[in-house]
Design a protein around this ligand. Structure first.
Ligand SMILES: NC(=O)c1ccc[n+]([C@@H]2O[C@H](COP(=O)([O-])OP(=O)(O)OC[C@H]3O[C@@H](n4cnc5c(N)ncnc54)[C@H](OP(=O)(O)O)[C@@H]3O)[C@@H](O)[C@H]2O)c1
Length: 335
């Protein structure tokens, strides 16, 4: 069975195609899945470049989707032939958050999905959205579910709400599509005029180039008539949080998600206090959240934006493409 592995010392040049033993037949409560697609996340890039340390020999990629080949004793939720997609936290089934690290996240603490077949507990997967191919389905594991949790689970988004999105990567474009489908009005920032044009075509109402407008938070707040934004999907971190606080409305909601500008920095605490805004850290979501999201995708017919697809053997090139940040939405891996 083929698998891409991270050879120590870990780096993109050390990603190699390996031959691994077939995982065999599923045991009780397990399913055997023929994997056909994945998508890249900033987290996967961190693992593959060695910025986020993991074990040598690790199979990367948190997102995985494919077809059930066999089910073990006691599995009633799936049958052979079903299309399924993996869960970022295979052990967090439902309820309040209870995992704060990546020790059991595929492609980080345990082997990921850059391989042909896996045998895993049935509860580590959900049904894939109807009509999605494997790459499209894989985009919900990390980026899609994070956007869903920020806006729907934690944000309790309503039609008519305003949403601010930062940049045009995987999480932000998923959030744009979900927010528009739910009747929200969306402002989005990017470093690229061409990407902002594409965001407008997907329904973004206000577009701002964050390279040309350093005070983008104020620009966005002015656009809301001075009221401010209901929900900010904060993927930037310390370099963007002050502007996000500037943009948010009094009593609004900021989902603290990303580390694109670093992992620590200054927070204008008095400004946040004056805004009486809720600053909520989050990491992806539970399996129940993913099941709810799949149901919503079946109902709305949203299809994710896949910027480009690479074969599994060209995984290192796919990561280089991600690192170059020329992509819009998701980067797919298929085999
Ligand atoms: N907490 C969680 O559960 C969770 C889940 C998923 C992702 N994340 C985090 O969220 C962030 C985004 O992840 P992703 O997978 O969507 O990444 P990605 O697809 O690689 O997106 C990268 C994009 O971010 C934008 N960007 C970079 N610096 C920016 C800045 N200073 N201001 C605004 N936008 C900026 C750029 O957009 P333009 O090219 O348009 O400028 C870039 O193309 C990462 O930090 C990731 O670790 C967290």
């Amino acid at each position: 069975m083929k698998a891409m592995i991270l050879q120590p010392p870990i780096g993109l040049d050390r990603l190699t195609l390996d031959d691994r033993p077939d995982p065999g037949a599923p045991g009780a409560g397990e399913i055997r899945v023929a994997l056909h697609g994945s998508s890249l996340n900033y987290h996967d890039l961190g693992v593959a470049t060695g910025r986020m340390p993991t074990e040598g020999g690790r199979i990367p990629l948190a997102d995985g989707a494919g077809i059930v080949e066999a089910v073990g004793a006691g599995v009633t939720e799936f049958a052979a032939g079903d299309t399924v997609v993996s869960c970022f936290f295979p052990d967090w089934q439902d309820g309040a958050p209870r995992v704060g690290d990546f020790a059991r996240t595929p492609g980080d603490g345990i082997d990921g999905f850059a391989q042909d077949h896996v045998v895993r507990p049935a509860t580590a997967f959900t049904r894939a959205p109807r009509g999605y191919d494997a790459v499209e389905a894989a985009t919900i594991t990390t980026a899609g579910l994070t956007a869903w949790r920020a806006l729907v689970v934690d944000g309790k988004l309503k039609p008519g709400d305003t949403v601010l999105l930062l940049g045009t990567g995987g999480v932000s474009i998923w959030a744009l599509q979900l927010a528009r489908a739910m009747g929200a009005t969306v402002a989005i920032t990017s470093s690229s005029a061409e990407k902002l044009e594409r965001a407008r075509a997907l329904g973004a109402d206000l577009t701002v180039n964050y390279r040309e407008d350093a005070a983008w938070g104020q620009t966005v707040r002015r656009w809301t008539g001075g009221r401010g934004i209901d929900h900010v999907v904060e993927v930037g971190g310390p370099g963007t949080l002050a502007q996000s606080i500037e943009a948010v409305r009094i009593g609004g909601h900021i989902s603290l998600i990303g580390v694109l500008t670093g992992g620590a920095g200054e927070v204008p605490t008095a400004a946040l206090m004056a805004k009486q805004a809720r600053l909520q850290g989050l990491i992806v979501g539970s399996r129940r959240d993913q099941q709810d999201m799949v149901r919503a995708l079946d109902a709305t017919g949203i299809r994710p934006v896949v910027d480009r697809r690479f074969p599994l053997e060209q995984l290192a090139d796919a990561f280089r493409h991600e690192a170059g940040a020329s992509h819009f939405g998701k980067i797919g891996i298929e085999w």
